[in-house]
Ligand binder design. Structure first.
Ligand SMILES: [Zn+2]
Ligand SMILES: [Zn+2]
Length: 286
C-alpha cells in the first residue's frame, strides 16, 4: 500500500528553459501520482509531455487527470501528451471550476484548434471522457482511493485536491491566494493531518504585498497552514519564473530553518509515502 509522487513540472506561469533554472526545472505544473498502480495526473502543464512518453514506455493505458484549473501553465502540455494520439488509451479528465462555464472539454478543445494548433481536438485517437464537478465535492475512484476537494481563491477559480488511500494522503493546493493573518479555512480543513501537502509557493512573504490579486501564495503561508493542520511534510511548488536556482536554493535553506519538514519540489523528484510505519513514512529522492 503506497502513494508515489513524481514531479514532472514545478514551475508556475510560463516554462523557463534557461541554464540558471535547470536544477529545479523549467517545465510548468504536472505531477504523477501512482496509487498502487493507478495513475492520477495533477495538471497538464508542459511537464506532461515527458510523462506521456514515459507512460507509453511503461505500457500504461489508463489514466485520470485532476485539473487544479485551466490557466495556460496547467494545460499547455496536453496537446503534446503522446497518449492522446493512441487509440488503445483511455483518459478521464476532471475539473471542479467549470461546471457553470461550459466544462473542461470545451476549454481543452479550444486550445487545440486552427490557427493556433494544427491538430483539431476532434482528431485525437484516445478514448477521452470528461467530468465536471463543483469544487468542495468528494468522490471515490474505486480501488480504495478517495478524493476530497475544496475551492481555491484564484482568478477564474481553482480546485484543491486531497487523495487518500490506505491511511495515507497527499494534497495538491495550487494556485491560491491568501489573506494575510486569515488562514484559509477551506484549505485547513482539506489538508488536516495529510502526509504531504504540495503548496503554491510562488512568492515569498517579502514579495507578497506587490502581488495582491494575482492569485498566488507564499512558502511561509504554506508552512503556517501545514503546521496548524498537523501535516507531515510540505513541498514548495509553482516556482515563479523569475526565481532562478540560486534564489530557490536560498528559499530551501530559509524554509527548512522555519520548519524542517519542508522541501522545494524539483523536476524529476520522487516522493514515496508508505502506509507501513508512521515514523519514516515519507522518503524523498532527487
Ligand atoms: Zn499556475
Ligand atoms: Zn492559475
Amino acid at each position: 500500500m503506497s502513494i508515489k509522487v513524481k514531479f514532472w513540472g514545478v514551475r508556475g506561469s510560463i516554462a523557463t528553459p534557461s541554464a540558471d533554472h535547470m536544477k529545479y526545472g523549467g517545465n510548468t505544473s504536472c505531477i504523477e501520482v501512482n496509487v498502487n498502480g493507478r495513475i492520477i495526473i495533477l495538471d497538464a502543464g508542459t511537464g506532461v509531455r515527458l510523462l506521456g512518453n514515459c507512460l507509453m514506455e511503461r505500457d500504461l493505458k489508463e489514466y485520470l487527470f485532476l485539473q487544479s484549473h485551466t490557466h495556460w501553465d496547467h494545460i499547455n502540455g496536453f496537446p503534446f501528451f503522446a497518449p492522446v494520439y493512441r487509440d488503445d488509451v483511455s483518459i478521464k479528465i476532471m475539473a471542479g471550476h467549470l461546471s457553470e462555464s461550459g466544462g473542461i472539454k470545451k476549454v481543452l478543445s479550444s486550445q487545440m484548434c486552427q490557427p493556433t494548433f494544427p491538430v483539431p481536438f476532434s482528431e485525437l485517437s484516445a478514448n477521452l471522457s470528461f467530468t465536471d464537478f463543483k469544487a468542495g465535492e468528494s468522490f471515490s475512484l474505486g480501488d480504495g482511493i478517495f478524493v476530497r476537494t475544496a475551492p481555491l481563491k484564484h482568478p477564474d477559480g481553482g480546485t484543491g485536491y486531497r487523495i487518500e488511500h490506505g491511511g495515507s494522503s497527499i494534497c495538491y493546493i495550487t494556485d491560491t491566494e491568501h489573506v494575510i493573518g486569515h488562514p484559509d479555512e477551506d484549505i485547513l480543513s482539506l489538508i488536516e493531518g495529510a502526509d504531504l501537502v504540495i503548496y503554491d509557493s510562488t512568492y515569498t512573504d517579502e514579495e507578497y504585498p506587490k502581488f495582491a490579486g494575482w492569485g498566488h501564495s507564499t512558502w511561509q503561508e504554506g508552512i503556517r497552514l501545514c503546521q496548524a493542520a498537523n501535516v507531515g511534510q510540505m513541498a514548495i511548488f509553482h516556482h515563479d519564473p523569475s526565481h532562478d536556482d540560486a534564489f530557490m536554493d536560498n528559499v530551501a535553506k530559509q524554509a527548512r530553518k522555519v520548519w524542517s519538514n519542508t522541501f522545494v519540489a524539483q523536476e524529476g523528484m520522487t516522493v514515496a509515502i508508505e502506509a507501513a510505519s508512521q515514523e519514516e513514512k515519507i522518503s524523498v529522492a532527487y
